[in-house]
Ligand binder design. Structure first.
Ligand SMILES: [Zn+2]
Length: 221
């Protein structure tokens, strides 16, 4: 293998001779590791990468296929800016500032911004105290700036730690490397708001369940 590149939620494993394996984990895909040499694969392993010390098995991805460079370019061209790959703030602004769609849906649209899933959008909208139902075009310049700052920072912290984290070490009272799984989020999967103590609601926005605090995010029904 020559390299692995990420663009939004797409992974590209580049092998000699421009052969590329395109992987999209989707909601259920994951890599499972075991020491090398590996035991025979059990169940559906879509791709196995055997290294000198560790073997990685890919299970349950939405996409795992061999593509050529042309196909990779067309996939990446359709994506919105990815803040983890030098994506531009101005492109994100252009993609939302004329849209009538709710910001809660726009954040999940990979052609608007690449790399945000259901957990991150809830955490970003809560941190920035923005009502997920508001249209992209109605966000103020200040709200837009907060949104870009929040999502860039959260994505970088999550990349660094290899899992989504929205809390700060100060809030958690411990280093981010020591967080238990359910301590990583402020709002996702929670029932009580950490800021105001009110009840967290779960309502579908863009057909995915979105956790939000009606008080802190000033949600109008
Ligand atoms: Zn609240």
């Amino acid at each position: 293998m020559e390299s692995v590149d990420a663009a939004g939620k797409h992974l590209f494993y580049v092998f000699e001779g421009e052969r590329i394996v395109h992987v999209h984990l989707g909601r259920y895909g994951s890599f499972v590791s075991e020491p090398s040499p590996p035991s025979p694969a059990k169940g559906q392993v879509r791709m196995r990468i055997v290294g000198p010390e560790v073997t990685l098995d890919l299970r349950g991805p939405t996409q795992c296929r061999v593509i050529d460079e042309e196909t990779r370019v067309s996939i990446v061209d359709k994506l919105g800016p990815d803040p983890l790959a030098g994506g531009k703030r101005a492109d994100f602004l252009a993609n939302i500032s004329k849209s009538n769609k709710p910001i809660g849906g726009l954040l999940l649209d990979q052609s608007v911004i690449a790399g945000i899933g259901n957990i991150l959008r809830a955490e970003i909208l809560f941190e920035t105290a923005i009502d997920p139902n508001r249209a992209g075009k109605d966000l103020t310049p200040d709200e837009f700036s907060r949104l870009w700052r929040s999502l860039s920072k959260m994505m970088k912290v999550s990349l660094k730690h290899g899992r989504i984290i929205s809390v700060t070490a100060r809030e958690a009272g411990k280093p981010l490397t020591k967080l238990a799984d359910k301590e990583r989020f402020r709002i996702y999967g929670k029932s009580e708001c950490p800021r105001c103590g009110g009840a967290i609601t779960q309502t579908p926005v863009a057909s995915r369940k979105l956790y939000a605090c009606p008080q802190c995010q000033d949600i109008k029904n």
